[in-house]
Design a protein around this ligand. Structure first.
Ligand SMILES: C[S@@+](CC[C@H](N)C(=O)[O-])C[C@H]1O[C@@H](n2cnc3c(N)ncnc32)[C@H](O)[C@@H]1O
Length: 240
């Protein structure tokens, strides 16, 4: 019976991760997406429960980062061991939990969001994962919250994943508050592939194209865009 349960659990996790990844990475061949998920670590039970509760929210669940992206965030953070991290756009807490897990015990993550309802789910899972003491949540429009932050102490790591049309504003506000060699990670930069189309229609794809072009040309940053998940840009801060 235990074997059957663990087999069913593995099957469920596989189906969940493949579904989330499929929705995000339509620009990658299905077979390759499936294979890359199968070749990555599986989520633990806290992340599976969090994803399941988020799925029950309906279409909003599409905002969740795919599992493999969460793993990437944990590995990036754990290898750099930042002291201060910031996340712009927290939702139900999947990515923040993954970031917080990579921090050292004295590391702190500041989470920004406007939704009390969604972040109340996040707080529950932070506590369950034993990382609640590393995270501070501030509710309100993220641009206002960042503007009110002092220039010092600086952040070592930032993850941008809130409303897409404000990405440039978030970057402009965050950059002076980042330490040199700090890492900015920006999500959804491909917008399901729409951002890569020359004549992208709609406010979001157009804003994302402008943002991506400015980021690549910004001499203060060393930037690489990964065609992974919904497109992920890593930018190292080289100058202010
Ligand atoms: C894509 S979701 C974040 C997903 C999250 N990083 C995760 O992995 O689960 C975007 C979040 O940004 C928040 N948001 C949207 N506009 C915002 C704003 N102006 N200020 C702060 N948060 C905002 C939304 O409430 C939502 O929770």
């Amino acid at each position: 019976m235990t074997d059957v349960n663990s087999w069913l659990r593995r099957l469920y996790i596989r189906a969940l991760t493949i579904r989330v990844m499929r929705n995000k990475s339509r620009f990658v061949a299905r077979r390759v997406r499936k294979y890359s998920i199968q070749s990555s670590s599986a989520p633990d039970s806290v992340l599976v429960e969090l994803a399941r509760e988020t799925e029950a929210l309906g279409p909003a669940a599409g905002m969740l980062v795919p599992h493999a992206q969460g793993t990437l965030l944990t590995t990036l953070v754990a290898s750099a061991r930042p002291t201060r991290a910031i996340e712009v756009g927290t939702f139900t807490g999947y990515s923040s939990l993954c970031i917080a897990r990579g921090l050292s015990d004295s590391g702190q993550l500041l989470c920004l969001d406007i939704s009390e309802r969604w972040t109340s789910i996040a707080e529950k899972y932070w506590a369950r994962a034993g990382v609640g003491h590393r995270i501070e949540l501030r509710l309100g429009p993220a641009a206002e919250t960042i503007s009110a932050l002092p220039a010092e102490p600086t952040f070592d790591f930032a993850f941008i994943d809130a409303d897409k049309v404000s990405y440039q504003e978030y970057l402009d506000l965050l950059l002076p508050r980042m330490r040199l060699d700090g890492l900015l990670v920006v999500d959804n930069v491909l917008l399901h592939g729409k951002a890569a189309r020359g004549r992208a229609r709609g406010a979001e794809p157009a804003a994302m194209r402008r943002f991506n072009a400015r980021l690549a040309a910004d001499h203060r940053l060393q930037t690489v865009m990964l065609p992974f998940a919904d497109g992920l840009t890593l930018a190292r801060v080289c100058a202010h």
